[in-house]
Design a protein around this ligand. Structure first.
Ligand code: CU
Length: 135
């Protein structure tokens, strides 16, 4: 009787489509390292008159604005860190507006036509939150 060699098959399952999800939980809150520029942010502007939001020290200032429909709001990043103003609630943008990433000194205007109250957040630092009310 001929000896039949044992056949060994090693099946190595190949995992395709394994998605690597990077949970960006790095909340680096280090404020107050900008020097030199004394920005005067309008703190007590009358309601309805604010069409500018400053981003400074990981905050939106003011963090709640009310504007008439059709207003263009400008977001300006005064921080060294990059920020966004993204409508919705983290981590789910609702698509009403999104400045995209703003680097230091960069600004982006968004036009708001639909009445409602819209929460927004920073996609990079989700603890940063604000609201825009459009009337
Ligand atoms: Cu941010």
């Amino acid at each position: 009787m001929p000896a039949t060699p044992l056949k060994r098959r090693t099946g190595v399952p190949v995992l395709l489509g394994a998605t690597l999800v990077l949970a960006a939980g790095a909340l680096v809150a280090c404020g107050g390292q900008d020097g030199g520029q004394a920005a005067t942010a309008p703190r007590n502007a009358p309601a309805g008159a604010v069409d500018r939001v400053q981003i400074k020290d990981f905050l939106y200032a003011p963090d709640a604005v009310t504007v008439p429909a059709g207003t263009t709001i400008t977001f300006t990043n005064g921080d060294s860190a990059p920020h966004t103003a993204t409508s919705g609630k983290s981590p789910r943008p609702d698509g009403v507006f999104d400045t995209g990433t703003l680097t230091k000194g960069e600004r982006k205007a968004v036009r708001l036509t639909r009445p409602g109250t819209f929460a927004y957040y920073c996609a990079i630092h989700p603890f940063m939150k604000g609201t825009v009310t459009v009337r």
